[in-house]
Design a binder for this molecule. Structure first.
Ligand SMILES: [Zn+2]
Length: 161
């Protein structure tokens, strides 16, 4: 029998400070999957932050807890829903909204390069700053709007780019 001394706890904080518990899990991967499926619904519940913590079992006090990752909720620049989650430690953001998945991420290979993309159209590009990446994502939304559609409407294509 494997005895684990560590448990992984995903949680989210609602607007106003209420903490949403999602359970505790024996692996980080499971905790992350549970959190991810919860974040997909963040346009229905007003959430501000989310995190995954590792707790050492039988350790008293704050020494027993390590925050592994923390996320902040924003409006998605493409679909406008509050499903855009930013990893606060390393800049990495992805929209968990259905049919969107817009993402922005610091390049792992080149310094000062930001990769960003929008999977529904396989659209990806490299820009120099996070602001520029956000503006580029907003242009997708603007283009959809000009066509009288929402960016997540399947009739919307990016052919005109
Ligand atoms: Zn989105």
């Amino acid at each position: 029998m494997v005895v684990t001394g560590r448990i992984y706890v995903p949680s989210a904080v609602e607007e106003g400070g209420a903490v949403v518990s999602m359970g505790c899990f024996s692996s980080q991967e499971t905790a992350l999957n549970v959190l991810r499926s919860f974040l997909k619904k963040s346009h229905q519940v007003s959430l501000e932050r989310a995190s995954i913590a590792a707790w050492e079992v039988d350790v008293v006090g704050n020494d027993g807890v390590t925050i592994l990752s923390e996320y902040e909720c924003r409006h998605c620049p493409v679909c406008q829903r509050t499903t855009f989650w930013i990893d606060v430690e390393r800049f990495k953001a992805v929209c968990y909204g259905s049919a969107c998945s817009a993402w922005i991420e610091e390049s792992a290979v080149e310094a000062n390069v930001i990769d960003c993309g929008w999977p529904p159209t396989q659209f990806a590009e490299q820009v120099e700053s996070i602001d520029e990446a956000m503006r580029a994502r907003r242009r997708i939304a603007a283009r959809a709007e000009a066509a009288g559609l929402s960016a997540t409407d399947e009739r919307f294509t990016m052919d005109s780019f």
